[in-house]
Design a protein around this ligand. Sequence first.
Ligand code: NI
Length: 137
Amino acid sequence: MAELVRFGVSLEKELVEKYDKHIQKNNYPNRSKAIGDLIREELIREEWADNKIVAGSITLVFDHHKRELTNNLTNIQHDFHEIIISSQHIHLDHDNCFEIVVVKGKPNKLRQLCSKLKAEKGVKHASLCLATTGAEI
Ligand code: NI
C-alpha cells in the first residue's frame, strides 16, 4: 500500500457540510477517499489535456440492417488497430447492434476514431469515455 500523508485543510464550514452530504449520498466511506478521488480526477483531466497515453472505451449503437455499415465500421477499426485493445459486439435486438471498443492511446487519436465511427450513416449513438491507464496516478 502507498505511504499515507496527513495534511490540514481549512475550508468554509458551509462548504464542508455540503460536501459531507455529497460524500454520504455517493456512498464514500470517508472524506479521505472522496478527496483523493477529486485529486485523481484533476490529474486524469491533465493527462487528457497533455495528450498522454490513456485508456478508454467507445460505445456504439447502430442499425444492423444498414447496407455496408458493419463492413465500414470494421474497416475504420482496422485503420486504428494500433489503439484498439479489444471489442465486443452484442446483438441488442432484431435491428440494433451494440459495440464496445476498448482503446488505449493519445486522447486526440481516440477522439478521432470515435468521430469517424460516429459519422457513418446508420450509427445511432457513439460516445467516447476517456479514462486513465492508472500508471501515473
Ligand atoms: Ni449485431
